[in-house]
Design a protein around this ligand. Structure first.
Ligand code: HEM
Length: 152
């Protein structure tokens, strides 16, 4: 292999590695997913008769929704830097669902709160898989070369 070919191969390998914006996105989505998974557990403990767990569930709800808004900001940055709207639109849908979820929980509207909780968790797990499955592009140019990389 010639030096030029080796240099090209190295440049390609670096371009295909996830960049800083992608790593921030992955970290926020992972933290968000970890906290939301605890929510049905706290709800189950509460429904089994341990009333303290409703407080944990309420604290979890505050953390989940805050992380959702942080993820929205990161998704805007990723959209601007990488010119790929998929992660932003997915996050916008999740944040809207979590906001409705919060209000439904406060109102005790379990007919809405339970199915929406399951849907929200499923959506966030889908996003978790999408951001970890492939390297996220480093730049918009890199994204243009790899059109499938950021679309979920
Ligand atoms: C599958 C997931 C979930 C299940 C099974 C679940 C279940 C429950 C249950 C049983 C309650 C008690 C309602 C009552 O006593 O009237 C509750 C309350 C609540 N939930 Fe969830 N929930 C889930 C996910 C979430 C998520 C993701 C959020 C945040 C976005 C959230 C926010 C709340 C809030 C704010 C309350 C009211 C707490 C309070 O009264 O202090 N829940 N939930």
């Amino acid at each position: 292999m010639s030096t030029a070919t080796k240099t090209l191969a190295t440049a390609r390998a670096v371009a295909q590695r996830t960049g800083p914006a992608g790593w921030v996105m992955r970290s926020v989505v992972s933290a968000h997913a970890a906290v939301i998974l605890a929510q049905p557990v706290f709800a189950g403990v509460y429904l089994s008769g341990d009333f303290d767990a409703l407080g944990w569930h309420a604290t979890g709800a505050n953390i989940v929704t805050s992380l959702g808004y942080v993820q929205l900001v990161v998704a805007v940055v990723a959209w601007v830097r990488l010119r790929r709207p998929g992660l932003f639109l997915g996050t916008l849908g999740l944040v809207a669902a979590e906001t409705v979820q919060y209000v439904a929980g406060m109102d005790g509207a379990l007919w809405l709160h339970l199915p929406l909780g399951v849907l929200t968790i499923t959506g966030l797990i889908g996003q978790f898989v999408a951001v970890w499955l492939r390297p996220l592009p480093r730049t918009a140019r890199d994204a243009d070369d790899r059109p499938e990389a950021t679309d979920e």
